[in-house]
Design a protein around this ligand. Structure first.
Ligand SMILES: Cc1ncc(COP(=O)(O)O)c(C=O)c1O
Length: 387
């Protein structure tokens, strides 16, 4: 069996043609494909605005700045996410504080965040970064209610969940990152994600002020917009109004993103099919599937199992060319953060980390490959129990 990674892109002939046609065109960057990608992505997610940037980390950084994070700001996130969800606050000189996960959803536990807020004077914390971990759609309505009580903003990290959704108390379906509840949301187009550009990111929002600030910061804080500059007589005139960055994404990658969007729904269905097969296969076994009963709006970026003898299973699968991954080492235990904030304890996150493993899930995973993976896992545990 050839090597099976835990995630990978699927590139079609249409995708290749979309990219090569841009190479023959006038703009490699700052051309029309950027806006086209933004508009199509906003319509896929259901947000008013979208701003395409160079990667998901840049999307987090710009969002944090646009939301007003500065030296001394205090912001809360989950310890079980990619480090960038926390790092973006440090980039702006703010402090990131962790709050434990709910073991049933593996996402930030809204009740624990409430307790943290209740224990401090109002105004202590400025924002919350909930993460739609593994593709599970966080109940953003509950977070919005809490954030409003404390006058806080919400930045939803939806990197794992384009196409995912949750249902509100009154039963309406709300897509991850659609801007109904969060002030801004971010996505990544790294090859293991649902929509692959190579590198790339997007910020969605329904707030015009945030949108305009993001546009400015994405390109050096410079504008040529005649409505926004004082002196618009000379055609060459521009103003640098803020200290911005070059976080632009080229047209070449946007063309790939636009093409990938066309098959995003079908690929999401494939992920769900693969997840359902795993769930069926591990029913009544010692392999625990934490998100099995919460599947409706799950975008299944990752398929997480919880098992005993994780390291032995990981090595056994690796010997058979199945490359699993662990998502994630709790952020507070990473050396940078433990040096910065000292030793901290988040028991649910730590206990989850002891046993979690992400199995291969990506649209082009074949049924044969999946059966091979399942067989290697179930036989590993049946040999253990028969010993
Ligand atoms: C939850 C989460 N947030 C942020 C990022 C950062 O995205 P990028 O790799 O595009 O910078 C990732 C990517 O792995 C992620 O998984």
């Amino acid at each position: 069996m050839k090597t099976i990674p835990y995630g990978k892109q699927h590139i079609s002939e249409h995708d290749i043609q979309a990219v090569t046609s841009v190479l023959r065109d006038d703009f490699l960057t700052q051309g029309p494909k950027v806006q086209e990608f933004e508009q199509k992505f906003a319509s896929y997610i259901g947000s008013k605005y979208a701003v395409a940037v160079s990667n998901g980390t840049a999307a987090l950084h710009l969002s944090a700045l646009a939301l007003g994070v500065h030296e001394g700001s205090r912001v809360i996130t989950s310890p079980i996410t990619f480090a960038a969800s926390a790092n973006c606050i440090r980039f702006c000189g703010g402090n990131i504080e962790f709050s434990d996960i709910d073991p049933n959803t593996l996402c930030l536990d809204v009740d624990k965040v409430r307790k943290k807020l209740e224990a401090a004077p109002k105004g202590t914390y400025q924002g919350i970064i909930p993460v739609d971990f593994a593709g599970y759609a966080v109940d953003m309505e509950a977070f919005r209610k809490l954030a409003d009580e404390y006058g806080m903003w919400i930045l939803e990290d939806s990197c794992h969940a384009p196409g995912g959704f949750f249902k509100t108390q009154n039963g309406s379906q709300q897509n991850c990152g659609n801007g109904m509840f969060a002030d801004a949301a971010i996505f990544s187009f790294h090859p293991v994600k649902h929509i692959a550009c190579g590198e790339g990111g997007m910020i969605t929002t329904n707030n015009q002020k945030i949108y305009e600030k993001l546009l400015l910061l994405r390109s050096h804080g410079i504008t040529k917009d005649p409505n926004k500059i004082k002196n618009n007589k000379e055609g060459w005139y521009y103003e640098m109004q803020e200290l911005g960055f070059n976080y632009r994404i080229p047209d070449i990658l946007c063309a790939l993103g636009i093409s990938q969007l066309k098959t995003a729904k079908a690929k999401l269905q494939k992920r769900k099919l693969i997840a359902e097969r795993y769930i069926r296969a591990f029913k009544n076994t010692s392999v625990k599937v934490p998100l099995a009963n919460l599947a409706e709006g799950n975008a299944f970026h990752l398929f997480v199992i919880q098992i005993e003898n994780r390291l032995d299973l990981y090595n056994h699968l690796k010997e058979h060319n199945i490359l699993c991954q662990v998502h994630y080492i709790p952020i507070h235990q990473l050396p940078y953060y433990s040096k910065l904030y000292g030793s901290q304890s988040f028991p649910e996150a730590e206990s989850y980390y002891q046993s979690c493993l992400s199995l291969p899930i990506f649209p082009s995973l074949t049924q044969d490959e999946q059966e091979y993976i399942i067989d290697k896992i179930t036989s590993f545990y049946s040999q253990k129990t028969s010993k």
